[in-house]
Ligand binder design. Structure first.
Ligand code: NIG
Ligand code: FE
Length: 433
């Protein structure tokens, strides 16, 4: 296991250089100026994911302002200075409001058809997730629906979700395949991610190893099929490869075989690990140089150390235990204290259907005891790094102008004022949505 280590982090993406454009003396004309922000959380400075205590540093400027030109952030600072130095085609007064980077949702199963609301009722009555899956429900039920759907039908269903995501402040999201399983339907799922026309930007992940499809009886044979037939065909469309490494699904050896092949083809590695039982998946992933491990509910202290040591970002998905009515949440405090970088995501799927990173932030703070600053870092800067993006996740000169004006006076309101949409305005690459 320890012989393999692929450093796929930030593969394919150029190193980003940040330049502050110095004013010439006269006022500079910008496209947009947002002034008087009660709190402007810039998340500026540094490229590496923020780990441990650094997660509390959100680069907050009180009475701050930002300037946008050509879809990028041109300058940030105290409103007093910015207002003197810049004129803009459009000026927005954000007095009394809080401005943050657009949310980045680094883990979604966005491409699916249908819904499974009746399974929630079964769970309320006491059935477990695994019992429903073994009886042909759960993922396999969604596979049947997704295989039967045309590309246009899938796009229409996705578009509705993406509209809601954007309205709730998500400006970039990862999207996994994994309800097609065979070559034709995995290709279809990844193609709709690439083709869909929507301001919300998507990052595609191949997750064929999500469940054993009905046409296979043996997990190893299916993994061989994924390695020889599907992965080479999807390697140019997907940026990452993920696997549901879990007891009764794909074990650590099967998962490792797939991930090694994916890494050889230039894909970044992600793993659904330690979600229901701990069968050694996160330590295996850390040794392979995974970019991120997701879920991590049952991870041991040893697993957390292995991930911290290898720079693996822990993507925590508190919506999932919430929807399973399970009181076990990921040990976020221990992760942060052991020096891990943590990100947050919705896990949007038919078992955990939320488009709202705001809801996830509230769950993260209340159920996992993350501080509002840590949760914001996890939902923006670290989330961007977890999907290999360095040009989003912070508000600083040279980065894409993806930001939110929240109708709250300070960051503490973010988990506190819950169950409603706190987003006043969403900007994607400098365009008001
Ligand atoms: O991340 N755990 C595996 N996959 C998804 C659930 C998919 C489904 O139930 O449809 C998850 O929670
Ligand atoms: Fe998931």
């Amino acid at each position: 296991m320890g012989d393999y280590r692929f450093d796929n982090r930030f593969h394919r993406f150029p190193v980003f250089s940040i330049q502050r454009i110095e004013p010439t003396g006269d006022t500079m004309i910008a496209d947009i100026l947002v002034k008087g922000c009660n709190e402007l959380h810039t998340l500026s400075g540094g490229k590496e994911p923020r780990a441990g205590k650094e997660m509390r540093d959100t680069g907050c400027i009180k009475k701050g302002a930002l300037v946008v030109k050509n879809g990028e952030i041109l300058d940030i600072g105290k409103s007093e200075r910015i207002e003197k130095e810049y004129d803009a085609a459009e000026t927005i007064d954000a007095s009394g409001k809080t401005v943050v980077p657009g949310f980045v949702d680094p883990h979604t199963h966005l491409v699916f058809s249908g819904s499974r609301e009746d399974e929630l009722v079964m769970k309320i009555k006491g059935k477990t997730y695994m019992e429903i899956l073994k009886a042909g429900g759960g993922i396999l039920r969604t596979v049947r629906k997704t295989r039967a759907a045309s590309k246009d039908e899938l796009k229409n269903e996705m578009k509705k979700r993406m509209d809601v995501m954007l309205a709730h402040g998500t400006t970039t999201a990862e999207a996994k395949s994994g309800y097609g399983l065979d070559l034709e339907n995995e290709m279809k799922s990844l193609e709709v991610i690439r083709e869909i026309d929507h301001p919300l930007e998507l990052v595609p992940t191949y997750m064929g190893a999500h469940a054993l499809p009905p046409e296979f009886e043996d997990h190893s044979e299916y993994i061989d099929y994924c390695c020889t037939t599907v992965l080479p065909a999807v390697a140019d469309i997907a940026e990452f490869c993920d696997v549901f490494c879990e007891k009764g699904v794909f074990d650590a050896d099967d998962s490792m075989q797939l991930l090694i092949k994916a890494a050889e083809l230039g894909l970044g590695i992600k793993v659904h690990a330690d979600e229901i039982e701990n069968i050694g998946c996160s330590t295996m992933a850390a040794e392979l140089g995974a970019v991120s491990c997701e879920h991590l509910v049952k991870s041991s202290s040893k697993d957390l150390k292995a991930m911290a040591k290898n720079g693996v970002i822990g993507i925590l998905l508190p919506g999932t235990p919430f929807m399973l009515m399970d009181n076990h949440y990921s040990p976020a405090r221990e992760m942060i204290e052991s020096g891990m970088a943590v990100a947050l995501a919705t896990d949007l799927n038919p078992n955990c259907w939320t488009e709202s990173m705001l809801m996830i932030i509230t769950l993260a703070c209340l159920q996992m005891k993350m501080l509002p600053e840590e949760a914001l870092t996890a939902a923006t800067f670290n989330a961007a790094r977890a999907i290999g993006r360095e040009d989003i996740g912070s508000i600083e000169p040279g980065k894409k102008a993806d930001f939110l004006i929240l109708d709250i006076p300070n960051l503490m309101h973010l988990p506190y004022h819950f169950g409603v949409n706190l987003v006043d305005k969403v900007f994607k690459e400098g365009h008001l949505q």
